[in-house]
Design a protein around this ligand. Sequence first.
Ligand code: CP
Ligand code: NVA
Length: 298
Amino acid sequence: MPRHFLKLSDLSAAEINRVIDRARALKAQKAALPQPFAGKTLAMIFTKNSTRTRVSFEAGMAKLGGHALFLHGDATQLGRNEPIADTARVLSRMVDAIMIRNDSHRDQQELARNASVPVINGLCNLHHPCQLLADLQTWIEHRGPLAGKTAAWVGDGNNVCHSWIEAAKLLGFKLRLACPAGFTPEADLLAWAGNAVESCADAASAVRDADLVVTDTWTSMGQEKEEAQRLAAFAAYTVNAELMALAKPEAIFQHCLPAHRGEEVSAEVIDGPQSVIWDEAENRLWAQMALLEFLLAA
Ligand code: CP
Ligand code: NVA
């Protein structure tokens, strides 16, 4: 059975730390990288837009001597209703790993159940685990070990937030959430995380004395029709300089990108000295190279 990475908790804490350590080593090595993926191909299925995920997987495979194949969902036979299970069986005969960005986590599980090669979640309705590998790597690079630290998530209790919840539970830091009513994370996941995660009444209580502040778009891909309603619901949840000032002076700011300046974050914060967003985006590359090495060796 191949190892899959559909959610962060598909890896143990020790394995996540190992992948992050390896990502940092690859990043330090940069010029003289090993070529373990010579002759290997990653198929990448996208039914949603992407800049970072697509480019980081494709460039990462190339850097390690392999090849990545971009498949736009609608341009494959999936777009004409070929079963995802059949797609999994066919791709498994031809490629060494499959990455998928789509809406349905259930479809990803169906793909993984029928694949004989590793399947990686490049974002779905429920999780964005690859993002968290990069976010955690970036946090560690800037501020050292995570145990005992506090992160504050401000905004939508969405896919990225769900992966942050898993990270807090697995890696032993505290996550404080400020999400408006109606936009809170999945109750099952919150129950699973227990006291690793604390739900706060407002953004200020979540951010006070935090070591890291993180947010994401208020309108995720596929929710465009809800935009006006969401803008109204999230009006008190902008991460601006006044809010950031409540965090520790050495606190850093993260955002998975793409960002909407003036909505979930002010330009002053995202383009300011506490923001680590460009390192965070770059680390998608190194973290996923390490993840691919780990999964293909498993
Ligand atoms: N953060 C992230 O996943 O970016 P893309 O949508 O550009 O892949
Ligand atoms: N929550 C966002 C993340 C984009 C990388 C979305 O799902 O669109």
